[in-house]
Structure formats: structure tokens, C-alpha cells
Write a protein that binds this ligand. Sequence first.
Ligand code: ZN
Ligand code: ZN
Length: 592
Amino acid sequence: MRNLFPFAIGAAICLSACQNKPTETTTTTTITTTVSEADKAFNDWKDNVFMDSLWANNPTWASSQGYHKYDAVLPIPDEENVKSQLAFADWTEAKLKSINYDQLSDVNKTDYKLLENSVASTRFYENIFRERDWNPAIFNVGDALDYVINNNPAPLDEKLKNISSRLASVPAFYEAAKKDIRQPTREHTKLAIMQTDGLLYFFTDVFPDSLKASGLSAADKKAFEDNATAAKKAIQGYATWLKELQKGFNGENARSFAIGKELYGKKFNYDIQCGISADQMYQKALDRKAVLHSDMYALTTQLWPKYLKDKPMPKDTLAAIRAMIDKLSEKHCKRDSFMATIERQLPELVAFINEKKLITLDPTKPLKVRKTPEYMAGVAGASINSPGPYDKDGNTYYNVTPLTNYTPEKAESYLREYNDYVLQILNIHEAIPGHYVQLIYSNRNPSMIKTIFGNGAMIEGWACYVERMMIEAGYHQSPEMQLFYDKWNLREVCNFLLDYNIHANNWSKDQVMDLLVKEGFQQSAEAEEKYKRATLSQVQLASYFSGQTEIFELRDEMKKKLGDKFDLKAFHEQFLSYGSAPVKEIRALMVK
Ligand code: ZN
Ligand code: ZN
């Protein structure tokens, strides 16, 4: 039920008990970490009390993070559960109040702020946002089952006993769900039906094979089968119940998926933890869109004679820009060299960053490129896959999905999208110096709090910030590259605009499609996907633009403050040294 940002989940972190790795010699700016009494008390509480209590209170979330102590427990989503979440928030707050914030180290100060936000955020989600009233898709036991059985080093028999115990609670789980749901939205109901039907896969494909392979006693097997039968019946019953509910949707009895201006503003504050309001950020996104359009038109005018001199340039500026983008998209690699092209670009990025002294990279941690594993199939393109917080020895991979299973048309459309220019930007964002480098820096000051409650807007903001930073520094600089950077940046801006507009301004689908296709130069298939994503989530799409905007503003502020002494490399290293904290909290520590 929480927003888990994939990159925050990743950061490989040690608890203080395992900080016996040899320290790496780096030339990075490190934060002075004088350990005060307040730090000692705070560290001790975080590591030895808070984390385990958090997991005891959220067993499914714990399993997903690789903490398997509570794998046998499936919490029932009833009012008792709401009370216990709120009580946990009160307990956390009381502890925070007893800590002397001013005496904490910078790393602990940002941990403190993240916990403070999590307390306020829990109250908001449980008391006001109340997704359980209207989103039937949050009642999904898939994760609770999947994380026990997969990616878990425990012996199979032990895992099956835990699953059996969770299955025993499934009927009560769905009874509570049906009581919770008051006025669902059409979109989330549709999603819930699809996902609930998908759960049956466990009973047909996963459990029978696992049981056969196990060494469980006959009695344990029998118990498992009984629990599974009852659980399956409850899941099917929920699906039937949802389908009946769906039939009743005619006219106004379904709730709108749009959460409205007030809730959007609040959720924005808790999720993004930004220094300004959603409305203020919206204005900045509108301004940025205008700047990008005018820049893109100037570049199109400049490039027209080089590429399209035989054709008249359309009078309509947006049509002219689109024609130029279409023309330049022809420059792309062949489908069978997609992965090799990415692999070749990574050392180029490293060499450029070193030459321009943009940030210190860690040569002992080269990024491993691999084919996206089968179980993650469906994840298109490229992504960074880092180990969970309790899997500190795991590797970080750059997953690239080869285009082998694509039809020729789909592969061509994909390659045009990720053409020679955009592929460079993608590598900057995902890998170097984007997500991958941010992760390495955040792991130098291990904080479980930041791994679990890490700020998504800072994480995405950094990856977006470095795209422009690299081009400003001259990486593959050309008018063509600038045009595609602008298009890519426009997508980040449009993510914000559409998310805000459909939730806070009642925008229709046509308005969204118009924005993305006409003004954002996207393909209609991509735009359709984006619209669907925005009807099912709120605020996450705003994180890309919000995060980068705050980082650029902080950089300007530091330039002003330091004048001639401003050094880009030092700025980057200091910024990243605080870990995945909200930009406004990093700002408070850097500008002071
Ligand atoms: Zn082509
Ligand atoms: Zn990203």
C-alpha cells in the first residue's frame, strides 16, 4: 500500500552491526561524522528497535524487502489494522521528540526528517486518503505469497509452512476487504478483477510443483492443501463480488479516479516532500514547456536546410518540430546490436566524466550489463536492478531487454524512439552518472531508513538532472542531440502536467492525448499507456520534474553563494553524500 520506488528499494545497506567492510579509499567529499550522544541513542534505536517494529507491523512489506522473520503473518486489513498503523506512528513520533535534533550528524538529521514525514504521512494515508475505501486493487495477496517463495534463500519446507500460515488468513483478509470498500472507482475495480484472477496462477502453477518437491510431512501437506483450498475459494469469491460491483456501475455510483485538487496537494507534500506546493510546481512546469517549445523550434529552423531542404517547413511550429524529430529518428542502431550499443556507450560515459571532472566514479564497481531476466519480462527497455536492503552482497545490474521477441514493426518503432541520440540520454539517466552512480554514493553512508523511506523525487530528480548536466558539459553536443534532449525533458514536464491536470483540474482523456501527442511529440501508443498509468496512480509521475527542478535551483543557489569558489564536481559529490533524502532537507544542510 505504499509507494516503493524501485531505486530506493535497491540500495544495498548494512545495519551498523555489519559495518566491518574495509573502507574504500576515495577522494570524495565526505560529511564529517562526529558521533554525538544523540547520534548514539538514535542509531541504537533505529537499528535495534525501530526497524524490527516496523516489519512486525508490516509483515508483507518486510517480506518484499528481504526481511523474512514475519513471513508467516498476513495482516487483516480491518479497522484494527488502521488503529495499529496509527499507534505505530504515535510511538515513532514520541521517540523522535525525545531526540535532540540539533546534535545529530547530517546523515541522521535527514533520517530524522524522513521518519518525521513517515509519521505525518501514515496519518494522512490512514485518516484522510483512505485508499481502502475506493481502491479494490490494494487488496492483493500476490506479493504476500510471492516474496515468501521467490528470491528467498530459506529452505523450501520452511517457506511452504509460512505460505500455509498466510493462506489460512486469506478468507478473513477478503472478508475485511469487502467491508472496507465503500465507493470504488471503475479503473481500480477493473484492475483489481484482472489481478485477482491472476492470483489463481499460484494454485495451478506454483503450489502443486512446490509441494511435490518439498519434504513436508503428510499432515503438513494436508494442512497446506486445506488452507490453499479455502484461500482459493476466498479469492474467487472476491473476484465474483467485484464483477457484480462492476455491473452496478451505471451513472454516478462509481467514484472518480481523479482525487481532486485538495488531496493532490496534500499527497504531493507527503510523497515529494518538496519545498513548494504542487500548484507552484505546476506553474514552473508550464513555464518550462514554453521554454522547450521555443528552443525546439529554433533548433528545427537551424536544422531544416541540413535534413529537409527539399520540403517546405510547416507554418505550424509544432508540426515543423515533429517533422524534424521524425526525420532524425531514422538514425538508430540495428535491432540485433541494441545491447552491444549500450555496452559500448558506458565506457565512453566514464571517460567523458573523468576528463571533464564532473564527479568521482568508483572504478572498483563497474556496472554489469545483462539481458533482462525472464521473470522480469515485460519490463521494456533498460533498468537498473539493485539488490534489496538485506542482500548486501548482491550485484547491481543494468538490465537490457533485447528486442528478439518483438515484431519487426514494434522493434522499428522502439528503435526510432531510442534512436542514436535518445539512447545516450537513457544511459545517462539509468546508469552513469544517473541512478547507478547515485546508488553507489548513497551506499557510502549506509542508512536503512533512507533505503526504506528514500525520497523518490530526489532519486528520479538526480537521474533527470544529470541528463542536462552532461549535455551542458558537452557530451555529444550538437543541435540534433539538444533537440532530442528537449523532447526527452518535455516528457518529464508532461508527466507532471498530465498528472496534475487529470487529478486536480478534471482533464479529459482527449486533453491528455492532445498534450502528449501534439505538444509532447509522443506516439499515441505511448500516450495511451501514460494516461492509463495516471488514472491508477497519483503524484508519482510528478516526481521527475519536481526533483530535477529543485536540484537545478539548489545548484543556482550554491553558485550564487560560493561565487568563484563554486566547483561542479564538489557540488555533485556533496549533494549525493547525504543519500536519498528530500532535496529540501539536503538544501537545508548545504546552504546553511
Ligand atoms: Zn529504422
Ligand atoms: Zn529513473
